[in-house]
Design a binder for this molecule. Structure first.
Ligand SMILES: NC(=O)c1ccc[n+]([C@@H]2O[C@H](COP(=O)([O-])OP(=O)(O)OC[C@H]3O[C@@H](n4cnc5c(N)ncnc54)[C@H](OP(=O)(O)O)[C@@H]3O)[C@@H](O)[C@H]2O)c1
Length: 305
């Protein structure tokens, strides 16, 4: 299959390119020649490359602070990129698109697992509302094209938070796991006895190893016809932030203590995806937290330091 992957130099995209290149012919032009904010150039490139399937893995992505400081920019760029890719696919007759959503599209502060049909049933988390609204607009456009035009077999997978090789370890772009790896490794090197955690650490998060998303996408390509058009991709269980820090400290080999800064933004109390649909389709995330963290820390030591 001829694949076009957007965002192929990003954390998710680079893992997809690496993981799918053996079985498929993969094209992943970078932003220098394929600026997704330029609709005309996106249309020209998609039409010229004529892929069998586009995986849309580009976006303006950031942690809580970056999102909270620039909600409008996150909304604008992510909406424009997604609509440009889908519209270019439609115009060029690309039969399949796998659009990557994000779990922030769901209502905030739900204690129960978030199912695909929970979309639009409550207010969004304000710290990353711009990003969430953009993700909803793009997945809706994919769903509406799919509904309106039988040639557009466009689907959206909604991954939970991801971590892994290729992650961004420096603030303000870093998410919780890479930020904790950097902080704890810095403390180990400096001989520091304390590491700070934002908030009280009791918020729960679901972080999946990025290699598991690649595994999911590989299965999705193989069994495209049965893939649900909107499907969560996650672990189905979560951990507290304190538990992630403790596990990372083990992997890094640092034995100090954690202190909490409760004045800092922490976002939702809990955000856990229901994976019932993916489960019924026949897929489960294969990598344990410890194995995923070990591989990510090895990558950090090899590349980021
Ligand atoms: N990371 C997660 O935890 C997570 C979880 C769920 C869903 N996702 C989704 O996965 C996708 C990728 O996330 P990521 O973590 O891989 O982000 P990332 O590492 O920041 O990568 C984003 C990629 O998008 C590219 N990009 C940004 N603006 C562009 C533009 N105008 N034209 C062309 N390319 C552009 C970037 O190009 P440059 O390299 O040139 O900057 C980069 O390659 C996003 O849709 C995100 O919502 C991520």
């Amino acid at each position: 299959m001829r694949l076009l992957i957007t965002g192929g130099r990003g954390m998710v995209g680079s893992n997809l390119v690496r993981g799918l290149s053996e079985a498929h012919e993969v094209q992943a032009p970078g932003r220098d020649t394929f600026d997704l904010l330029d609709a005309r150039s996106v249309q020209e490139t998609v039409s010229r490359l004529a892929p069998d399937l586009i995986i849309h893995a580009a976006g303006r992505v950031g942690g809580i602070a970056a999102n909270a400081a620039a909600n409008a920019l996150f909304l604008y760029e992510n909406t424009m990129m997604g609509l440009n890719v889908l519209e270019a696919a439609r115009l060029a007759g690309v039969p399949r698109v796998l659009n990557l959503g994000s779990s922030c599209i769901y209502p905030k502060d739900r204690d129960e697992q978030l199912r695909e049909d929970d979309l639009h049933t409550g207010p969004l988390e304000p710290t990353n509302e711009g990003y969430a609204v953009a993700k909803i607009a793009v997945l809706k456009y994919a769903a509406m094209l799919r509904n309106d035009d039988p040639r557009c077999d466009y689907k959206t997978a909604i991954p939970c938070n991801l971590y892994g090789p290729g992650d961004h370890f420096e603030p303000p772009r870093s998410h919780m796991v890479p930020s904790a790896i950097r902080k704890i490794d810095d403390a180990r090197r400096a001989g520091d006895a304390e590491v700070e955690i934002w908030g009280d650490g009791t918020a729960r998060r679901e972080f999946m190893y990025v290699g598991d998303l690649v595994d999911f996408v590989g299965h999705a390509i193989e069994r495209w016809d049965t893939l649900p058009p909107l499907v969560n991709v996650g672990l189905g269980h979560d951990y507290t932030i304190n538990e992630y820090y403790a596990e990372i400290a083990d992997v890094v080999g640092w034995g100090g203590t954690f202190v909490h800064d409760t004045s800092k933004l922490v976002g939702m109390k809990r955000k856990l995806l229901s994976v019932d649909l993916a489960d019924a389709w026949g897929w489960k995330a294969p990598t344990s937290l410890t194995d995923g963290l070990r591989r990510t820390y090895e990558h950090y030591l090899e590349t980021a330091r």
